[in-house]
Structure formats: structure tokens, C-alpha cells
Design a protein around this ligand. Structure first.
Ligand code: BTN
Length: 309
């Protein structure tokens, strides 16, 4: 535990108490100047710490930033989010997490940023990532054949939809494979990337972006959780809830359960609609009629034939 962790721990042991610099210095085994430096650093991390002249310090509010200490406090998972890399600003959390995965970082590792300067979306699009959004990426190391990966992608969408429902009561919808919609407006998206060989997955990166407290302007209708709920979204709580749902769905899936596919179909914004699928090499149109057990979208084409995407 770092000194800053110990100071926050001391405040939380007795939240209403004012702690003198001397008492904190004794508890940590450091000088009062050092305590003061830590207090300043904590204030910069977003903790509201009141300085009472001649008396000491009082914690008035925890940090609302998704820093490691706050993401892990009260987190109900065993794997996902137990290791956290936080950035105030970064190019893309997917790029960072991929590099970490290549270096052997373990499954469940989370990279989270308050702002992305080079956020990436599907099909080589960019992903606007201003402050107020959720930008998080996770490492998964599933024992899967690369052809089974779509299921994992769908599973992540279900986790986000569940989190939004349980925290805010909003019925999110999933546009295949996993754009997150609310009432025909885009609320977020997921970018999954994989590294491995023909027969074996080495790791999968699942990058989730949600318009929580920010508004982005893109060429389709969008909304934010703040707009839909009418209140400021606690990003830490949202991230923790997503991690919890990812973990429970992922563990069930790794034990062989495909129950999430039925849930995915119920959440689908795509089934029953005429859709245009833009692929890297071509575009096809048809009526979305099913999602098969591998997670592929089944289209009925205008000539009556079926094609799996
Ligand atoms: C899409 O709908 O096109 C997918 C958007 C995915 C955005 C997230 S934000 C966190 C992670 N880092 C990125 O650069 N992209 C994903």
C-alpha cells in the first residue's frame, strides 16, 4: 500500500474526524512535510480534502475520477479490474492494453482513461472521446478457437446493457455486433481486437466506450446517459458494474454456458429489421432474421437466400 492509500484509509476509518498532520505522520512513519505533499497529490487526484489551519485535514469527498484506488474500492470481482492502469489522457486505451497484453499482463487487466486523443471505433473509424465519457479496455485470455470470438464480443455488449439497466433502469439495445443504443440513438460502442494464431487465441482486447456525461456529434443520432437519466453519472460506479457483469457472463461462458445469446437476442436492436452490413470489402443488405450459436447474424437476402455475417 502506498502512503496515499494509507492516508485515504485513515480518513475512511473515521470519516468525520479531523486528522492532524502529526497523527498522520506518526501513522505513516514519515515527516509532516511529507504528509502535506501526499495531501496535495491526493487533492490533485480529485479528493476533496479540507485543510483546517492548526488542526489538520478532513476528507470531504472521494475522488470522482476513475483512478485505480477508487475503481478497486468496493469492486465485486475477482479478476476483472483487479489490476488497473489509469490515464488522465491517452491515445487509445485499446492500444495501451494491447501492448500490456503482449508483455504478458494478466486476464482482467483494465486500462481506463478520462479522455482519448486517438480513440478508435470499428471499421477504422475514429471515436470521439472527450472528458465525461467512459473509455475502458480489458484483457481476456479465453481458451477459444478464433472462430468462436464473436460470442465474446456479443457477451461484452450484454454486460454493458445489464449494467445500464441495473444502475439507471434504462433499456439499452444492442445493434449487431455491439453498438449500444437507447431508443434509436447511439450511446456507446465496443471495439474488440484479437491477437493469436490460426488455431489459437493469444488474447482478446475488449474496448468499451460510453457517452456517460459527454455529448458527441457524429453523423448518426446519439445520446448520453446523463441526458437520458437527467443526472450526472458516477463513472466509477458504472465501470464497476460493467466489470461485475463482464466477469459473471465470462465465467459462465468459459464453463460452456451460451445462455447470454438468448439475452443478446432479446436486447437486439437489429433482429427483424432490414439492415445494411458494411464489411471491409463489400456491403450487403437484407432482413436480419436470427443470430446463430456462434454469434453470426443471419440475413435473408432479397433473393430469398440466407447469408451469415
Ligand atoms: C464503435 O462503435 O465503433 C466502437 C467504439 C469503441 C470505443 C472504445 S473507447 C475505449 C476503447 N479505446 C478505443 O480506442 N476504442 C474503444
Amino acid at each position: 500500500m502506498s502512503h496515499s492509500d494509507l492516508i485515504i484509509g485513515a480518513f475512511l476509518d473515521d470519516p468525520k474526524r479531523t486528522l492532524s498532520g502529526e497523527a498522520l505522520a506518526r501513522r505513516l512513519g514519515v515527516s509532516r512535510t511529507s504528509v502535506w505533499k501526499h495531501i496535495k497529490a491526493l487533492q490533485e487526484e480529485g479528493y476533496r480534502i479540507e485543510v483546517l489551519k492548526g488542526r489538520g485535514y478532513r476528507l470531504k469527498g472521494l475522488s470522482a475520477r476513475p483512478i485505480e484506488r477508487e475503481v478497486k474500492r468496493g469492486l465485486l470481482t475477482e479478476r476483472f479490474g483487479q489490476r488497473v492502469f489509469y490515464y488522465e489522457k491517452i491515445g487509445s486505451t485499446n492500444d495501451v492494453v494491447k501492448e500490456l497484453a503482449r508483455r504478458g499482463e494478466k486476464e482482467g487487466t483494465l486500462v481506463i482513461a478520462e479522455e482519448q486523443l486517438n480513440g478508435r471505433g470499428r471499421l477504422d473509424r475514429s471515436w470521439e472521446s472527450p472528458r465525461g465519457g467512459v473509455f475502458m479496455s480489458l484483457i481476456m485470455r479465453p481458451n477459444l478457437h478464433p472462430t468462436e470470438l464473436t460470442r465474446l464480443i456479443l457477451l461484452s455488449g450484454v454486460a454493458v446493457a445489464r449494467a445500464i439497466k441495473s444502475l439507471y433502469g434504462l433499456d439499452g439495445r444492442l445493434k449487431w455486433p455491439n453498438d449500444i443504443f437507447y431508443e434509436d440513438k447511439k450511446l456507446g460502442g465496443i471495439l474488440s481486437e484479437m491477437e493469436g494464431e490460426a488455431e489459437r487465441v493469444n488474447f482478446v482486447v475488449v474496448g468499451i466506450g460510453i457517452d456517460a456525461n459527454c455529448n458527441v456529434s457524429v453523423d448518426i443520432p446519439t445520446t448520453s446517459l446523463k441526458k437520458e437519466t437527467g443526472r450526472e453519472i458516477n463513472i466509477i460506479k458504472l465501470v464497476q458494474e460493467i466489470l461485475k457483469e463482464v466477469e459473471s457472463l465470462y465465467e459462465a461462458f468459459m464453463k460452456g454456458s451460451l445462455a447470454f445469446l438468448e439475452e443478446y437476442k432479446e436486447l437486439s436492436h437489429t433482429l427483424g429489421r432490414d439492415v445494411k452490413i458494411v464489411r471491409l470489402k463489400d456491403t450487403i443488405v437484407g432482413r436480419a432474421v436470427d443470430i446463430d450459436s456462434n454469434g453470426a447474424l443471419v440475413l435473408r437476402l432479397p433473393d430469398g437466400s440466407y447469408e451469415k455475417v
